[in-house]
Write a protein that binds this ligand. Structure first.
Ligand SMILES: NC(=O)c1ccc[n+]([C@@H]2O[C@H](COP(=O)([O-])OP(=O)(O)OC[C@H]3O[C@@H](n4cnc5c(N)ncnc54)[C@H](OP(=O)(O)O)[C@@H]3O)[C@@H](O)[C@H]2O)c1
Length: 277
């Protein structure tokens, strides 16, 4: 199992979680239960993944008490209006068959729509009402974070951003850290173009007797970001969680981070241009 961090609201969160996109249907339930059996305690979903029902079923049937698992979901862009955000979150809980979420994030800021501050006010209210334990955001740039913090005085506990060796997010990691926000990494292995055979990754894997995937996830952990790798394969699920018994040297860390490219945004989701509904 992963060690935990304390978030800025005093709650704790595992240093590594499980991604569930694009799992669906009965295979999804079995895959998520298998991940829990492998030791994952943090499960990431979203309204837009259309698998909250399956995540809820896995949580309810896996055999672990509810309070040993953390479920995190995300509010979609089309639900940013205050009342819609409240209704959407209640609907998420109903489809999961759960009475609270451990973490709820605004999925994307969608700045051209301009309602993310309203969505944030709704999340603050949901947290006060106890329907959501911790609140955070995803794909937020510095200016979006400033606006919601200035408006409500409430700082997100987490900012989930795309991060992998080709897109190491040095600036956003610094911004998050400066504000006391824990970074979380989506597509932590680099999904679309995983850098498994890049020399710094391959040589560290050989040196530590682990897989390239484990090297990348260890790099994430040492940078203090919470990776949420998705795998349907029980062996890869197990491997991806087994990254807490070796450490990369400073040179290895630097060499992997240097894989980040000046055109990293080609790989990354630039919050200024990328919006979802
Ligand atoms: N906030 C956002 O906007 C956002 C956006 C995208 C994703 N997410 C979240 O982030 C999670 C993870 O991101 P992701 O699924 O895009 O990418 P990822 O976890 O980096 O990569 C998943 C891919 O890598 C393979 N894989 C997993 N472990 C491996 C290993 N050890 N060696 C080799 N291949 C391995 C998986 O295949 P197998 O299943 O066959 O193992 C799958 O094809 C998602 O599931 C979702 O929950 C959030």
């Amino acid at each position: 199992m992963a060690p935990t961090y304390t978030l800025n609201d005093g709650t704790s969160i595992p240093a590594l979680g499980f991604g569930t996109y694009p799992l669906k249907g009965e295979t999804a339930v079995a895959t998520i239960v298998s991940a829990v059996e492998a030791g994952y305690r943090l499960l990431d979903t979203a309204v837009n993944y259309r698998n909250e029902r399956e995540v809820g079923e896995a949580v309810r049937t896996c055999g672990l008490p509810r309070d040993e698992l953390l479920v995190e979901s995300k509010l979609p862009g089309r639900h940013h209006e205050y009342d819609k955000a409240i209704e959407s979150t209640r609907a998420s809980l109903a489809s999961m068959g759960l009475d609270h979420l451990d973490l709820h994030l605004i999925h994307w800021p969608n700045p051209s729509v301009g309602k993310y501050v309203e969505a944030w006010r709704a999340l603050v209210a949901l947290q006060k009402d106890g329907l959501v334990r911790s609140i955070g955001v995803s794909n937020f740039a510095e200016e979006h974070l400033s606006r919601i913090i200035d408006d409500t005085g409430v700082t997100p506990a987490v900012n989930q951003i795309e991060m992998h060796p080709y897109f190491p997010q040095e600036h956003m990691r610094e911004v998050n850290e400066g504000l006391g926000i824990r970074s979380e990494s989506w597509s932590p292995l680099g999904k679309r173009q995983a850098p498994f055979s890049e020399p710094p990754v391959a040589s560290a894997a050989e040196a530590h007797g682990v897989t390239p995937g484990q090297v990348i996830l260890r790099w994430q952990v040492q940078l203090g970001s919470i990776p949420i790798p998705k795998s349907e394969d029980p062996e890869r699920q197990r491997q991806n969680l087994d990254v807490f018994s070796f450490a990369l040297s400073e040179d290895e860390m630097t060499a992997i981070t240097a894989l980040g490219r000046p055109d990293g945004r080609l790989f990354g989701g630039d919050p200024h241009v990328h919006e979802e509904m």
